[in-house]
Design a protein around this ligand. Structure first.
Ligand code: GLN
Length: 432
């Protein structure tokens, strides 16, 4: 990596069609999103030389709209992390404070935007990986409703949780990129048309989501869940509360809401995400993709030795996931986690009876110093307390800069009802 903050693993350009609505826009793409002819490593030794034969739907849509892809960004290995330090290619630095992490797992994408190396970036968000780095780098990140954006060509970490989402300097720019990548894709059967999703309150403004970034929150009801403020760093809480007070000053009404089940969100998330990951990563066996160890000519040994190319965090998660799914433990862990997921979903449904959006800190902490959290995986997992609920409930969520504390950026998270990205974008544009 040669750029100033080590945001890119590969700097290679894919020119867009000069005509479209994103003509002149540069886009950095997370390195788990396939780009035809440009290597796609997932931040792993396993795929260090892997060059996909096709591009993800989102990449096709961006270049068809005139955007130029400028490179592939650094990330936690296979998306597993909160700091971008589990990358096999070394860490990315936070452009706001280069002694600190940019957040993760899409840290290279957020750093590229914060450093002005790309106008827009794509990340993927399984449990917060677009919103966390956006918060830590002082930029905007959107995790769309599950099913709004095609995952075709995204290397899977945990299919039932993840979505590709845009990161940009402003809500409007992120919303414009979202409009280009959103919408049904015949190659991803989980995608839906937001305007006729039966359980959706969908509103897609004419001309796309950017039109919703009008800063008008007059009459909007903002729910403030106490559970997502408890345990957060005081400096983060103060900054987020000030931003919420500013929304009130602009005509929004705020009311306290309760999401009692979110206390189980991180635990449920880590059981479900690692279970899905343990199944997804079984494909890296040295036969079909990437790194291959020969073993002693014995296929079993060759499979096992090939896995030397996974880093420690990935191995830990495969073990956790395999354990959670194994006979005798399935009901104890996986089935319980699915129950908790349902409770979280219901808590949000109840809250959205009374409010339009739910506001909280994106991250309960300020950006970690480089190296600070690497030996303490549990501490890293707990930092996902506020972001994982939206993935469990498949809801749209955005992180928007709320201000600074001790010179470091603080993100405000807004979560909305399914397919109602327009309201989330509207509220976020009033925070800027
Ligand atoms: N930090 C979370 C994890 O490590 C989220 C990652 C993500 O959203 N890809 O799993």
């Amino acid at each position: 990596m040669a750029d100033e903050y080590d945001a890119f693993i590969t700097e290679e350009t894919i020119e867009g069609d000069a005509e479209g609505r994103l003509a002149g826009t540069t886009v950095a793409v997370k390195d788990n999103i396939s780009t035809a002819g440009v290597r796609t490593t997932c931040g792993s030794e396993m795929l260090a030389d892997y060059v996909p034969p096709y591009s993800a739907t989102v990449v096709e849509r961006l270049t068809d709209a005139g955007a130029t892809i400028v490179g592939k960004t650094n990330m936690d290995e296979f998306g597993m992390g909160t700091t971008t330090e589990t990358s096999a290619f070394g860490p990315t630095r936070n452009p706001i404070d280069p002694e600190r992490v940019p957040g993760g797992s899409s840290g290279g994408s957020a750093a590229a935007v914060a450093a002005g190396e790309a106008d827009v970036a794509l990340g993927s968000d399984t449990g917060g990986s677009v919103r966390c780095p956006a918060a830590f780098c002082g930029v905007v990140g959107i995790k769309p409703t599950y099913g709004l954006v095609s995952r075709y060509g995204l290397v899977a970490y945990a299919n039932s949780l993840e979505q590709i989402g845009p990161i940009a300097g402003t809500v409007e720019e992120a919303a414009e990129a979202l409009s280009v990548i959103a919408g049904p894709d015949p190659n991803d059967g989980t995608t839906r048309d937001p305007t006729d999703a039966e359980d959706a309150d969908a509103t897609v403004p004419e001309g796309g989501y950017a039109a919703a970034a009008d800063g008008d929150v007059d009459g909007l009801t903002v729910g403030v869940p106490t559970e997502l403020f408890e345990g957060a760093d005081e400096r983060v809480v103060e900054t987020v509360e000030a931003a919420i007070a500013d929304l009130e000053a602009q005509g929004a009404e705020t009311i306290e809401v309760s999401l009692p089940s979110v206390e189980h969100a991180v635990q449920a998330y880590y059981v479900i995400a690692t279970s899905e990951a343990s199944s997804n990563l079984a494909r890296f066996d040295g036969v079909r993709y990437g790194h291959r160890a020969e073993g002693d000519g014995n296929w079993n040994e060759s499979f096992a030795e090939t896995r030397e190319a996974f880093g420690a965090e990935v191995k830990r998660r495969i073990l956790l996931g395999t354990y959670a799914l194994s006979a005798g433990y399935h009901d104890k862990y996986y089935a319980k986690a699915q129950d908790a997921r349902e409770w979280v979903r219901r808590d949000f449904d109840d809250a959205f009876e009374d409010v339009d959006v739910i506001a909280s800190p994106t991250m309960p902490v300020l950006p970690f110093e480089l190296g600070e959290s690497l030996d303490d995986p549990l501490r890293m997992y707990l930092a996902d307390a506020n972001t994982t609920p939206a993935n469990l409930a498949n809801l749209p969520a955005i992180s928007v800069p709320a201000g600074e504390a001790d010179g470091l950026p603080v993100g405000l998270q807004l979560v909305g009802p399914k397919f109602d990205e327009a309201t989330v974008i509207r509220a976020a544009s009033a925070v800027e």
